[in-house]
Design a protein around this ligand. Structure first.
Ligand code: ZN
Length: 163
C-alpha cells in the first residue's frame, strides 16, 4: 500500500521556509528537506493541519496563528533567581539558553532575559511565542513509516535506525 497524500502515520518530506514579520528565520534551502512522522506532534500543529491531504509536488503558503504555533506570549512565564543559585560553570549572559529543573524534576528550556547584581530573570516563553508564522511548504516525498519509526514517534530520514 502506498501513501497518496499527507495523513497521520505517514512519513512526510517537505521543503519549507518560515518567515516572521517578513524576516526569513528558517528554511530547508541548503539543509535539505525536513522529514517528519505525521500525527506525532513533530511539527507545529497549525502547519501539520494544513499539510493533511497534500500530495507530492503540492505547495502552498500557510499562516499559523500563535495558538496553533509556538503558543501565546505569557507575561507570567518569567522567574527571578538569585545569581548565587547558579552553578559557576553556567555563563550568565543575556540570551543564554538554560535547562531549568522545577521541584518535580521537570526540565524546561529558559533564556536569560535580563540581569542585575542580585537577580537573573529567566524567560520561559518559546522564542517564537506570540508570533504569527508564515510558512511556504512543498511536499517532496511520502512513504510508509517503519515499525521502528512508529515506535519512536519520529521519522528516520533514510528509514534506518539512528537513535
Ligand atoms: Zn528514532
Amino acid at each position: 500500500m502506498s501513501i497518496e497524500s499527507v495523513q497521520a502515520n505517514a512519513v512526510v518530506s517537505i521543503e519549507y521556509a518560515l518567515k516572521v514579520d517578513g524576516k526569513l528565520l528558517d528554511s530547508s534551502v541548503g539543509e535539505g528537506p525536513l522529514w517528519f512522522l505525521a500525527g506525532y506532534d513533530n511539527i507545529v500543529p497549525g502547519l501539520e493541519a494544513e499539510l493533511i491531504g497534500m500530495k507530492v509536488g503540492d505547495s502552498k503558503n500557510v499562516v499559523v496563528q500563535p495558538e496553533d504555533g509556538y503558543g501565546e506570549f505569557d507575561e507570567e512565564a518569567f522567574m527571578q533567581i538569585p545569581r548565587s543559585e547558579f552553578p559557576e560553570h553556567i555563563p550568565l549572559e543575556i540570551g543564554e539558553e538554560l535547562n531549568v529543573s522545577d521541584n518535580e524534576d521537570n526540565s524546561r528550556l529558559a533564556r536569560i532575559e535580563s540581569m542585575d547584581d542580585e537577580l537573573v530573570t529567566l524567560n520561559f516563553n518559546h522564542p517564537l511565542a506570540g508570533a504569527e508564522l508564515h510558512f511556504y511548504v512543498k511536499v517532496v516525498a511520502l512513504r510508509e513509516p517503519t515499525a521502528e519509526e512508529l515506535e519512536h514517534g519520529h521519522a528516520h530520514e533514510d528509514g534506518a535506525h539512528h537513535d
